[in-house]
Design a protein around this ligand. Sequence first.
Ligand SMILES: NC(=O)c1ccc[n+]([C@@H]2O[C@H](COP(=O)([O-])OP(=O)(O)OC[C@H]3O[C@@H](n4cnc5c(N)ncnc54)[C@H](O)[C@@H]3O)[C@@H](O)[C@H]2O)c1
Length: 431
Amino acid sequence: MKLAIVGTGYVGLVSGACFAEFGYQTVCIDKDKSRIESLKSGKCPFYEPGMDNLLSKHLNITKRLSFSTSLSNTLKDADLVFITVGTPSKRIDDDADLSYVWSVANDIGKNIKKYSVIVTKSTVPVGTSKEIKKIISNYVSEELFDVVSNPEFLREGSAIDDFMRPDRVVVGTENKISEKIMKELYRPLFLKETPVFSTSIETAEIIKYASNSFLATKIGFINEVADLCEAVGANVQDVSKAMGIDQRIGSKFLNAGPGYGGSCFPKDVKAFSSTAKKFKVNLSIINAVHESNENRIKNIVEKIIINVDNKCTISFLGLSFKPNTDDIRESSSLKLANKLSEKGYTINCFDPVAMDNAKKEFYNLNYFNSAYEACANVDAIVIGTEWNEFRALNFSKISKIVKTKKIFDLRNIYDGSELERIGFEYYGTGK
Ligand SMILES: NC(=O)c1ccc[n+]([C@@H]2O[C@H](COP(=O)([O-])OP(=O)(O)OC[C@H]3O[C@@H](n4cnc5c(N)ncnc54)[C@H](O)[C@@H]3O)[C@@H](O)[C@H]2O)c1
């Protein structure tokens, strides 16, 4: 089988490299010429553990992976075409901006020459794949293609492993031919007994949004419980542990923190609710999750303002929206840093891999080459992202270089009593 993947972001590139690992001849396409040029030379445009090695293997050794800016050339012999372009929130409302998806659908329609399965891997509202079908059939007969929804569940930071060993694969089809082709595509996973769910296209589209919204709900829930714990002197980490051990609840996504961020949850929660509204369904729980997450940033900013004067300098450790990625989209840590900067605080910061991305957007922050440099002479430290290297910082050393010993541990990675013993004022989350 020959594959074409349109869009070489986190999902497209990881999918492309992993499909090449399965053994398929794969061409990854992007409209961004400089991205394609750097990919041709083996350079991954983002930080993702293991990607450099996988790219190099399939680009140079197996030669199963190649890159192009031309969809028309690639469509000549692609059996499956994956749409993996971004679906961000629209600026004016909560809907997903599908303009990139429509543009690819039109390009496919104009260039398709032989039967191909068109697979939507981008996260798209229910009805989108059928709309893609309509667009393509404006150009060619419906016999020349099938549309399939195959939402992606990989997580940045562990994307390769998630793709190669997923909990499940969801495939929404409208006929047996495309279902058979998709089963054949995922045969390497099927052999590893990965559950493959064959559903309707609409069901597959909803599974993705329902999954992300449910995970966001768990985070929102425990964050509100954390507020209550703080108010009454309880410990949310113990609450989470005792709750999570109950198999009906599960321990994942039950860590209190500064609210969910990243390129998926914020936009997907909004788009899910907005899509439901169009069908006159009120997803009131999901609406509340969104509102609660927005309030989270405001509440943490207030907590810091009450405890640190705005003439002060604060050091932010961690800028990416979570560890092991350089993705700063909707990062809670950066949102907080910027809100405090607006209020007059001087912000120093350090992140192991996300600083280059942050520097391109936020000129108001001061960037340093190490956590220790970022903490010199500051009045408070904020742990914004729980990178492993922040878990074992030498606080005896830090206590000698800061101006004031104050720490806001938004990710609860430290034992407060240990830091208090060496003179730090410690503010955990929900404890
Ligand atoms: N990032 C994740 O962790 C993740 C996980 C699961 C699902 N998703 C979903 O996958 C989709 C892609 O997300 P991402 O984070 O990989 O996006 P991204 O923003 O990192 O990359 C999108 C890429 O598509 C390219 N592109 C846009 N229009 C194009 C066109 N017409 N032709 C060719 N290339 C084009 C862009 O240049 C860019 O390189 C989204 O719908 C997202 O919600 C993302």
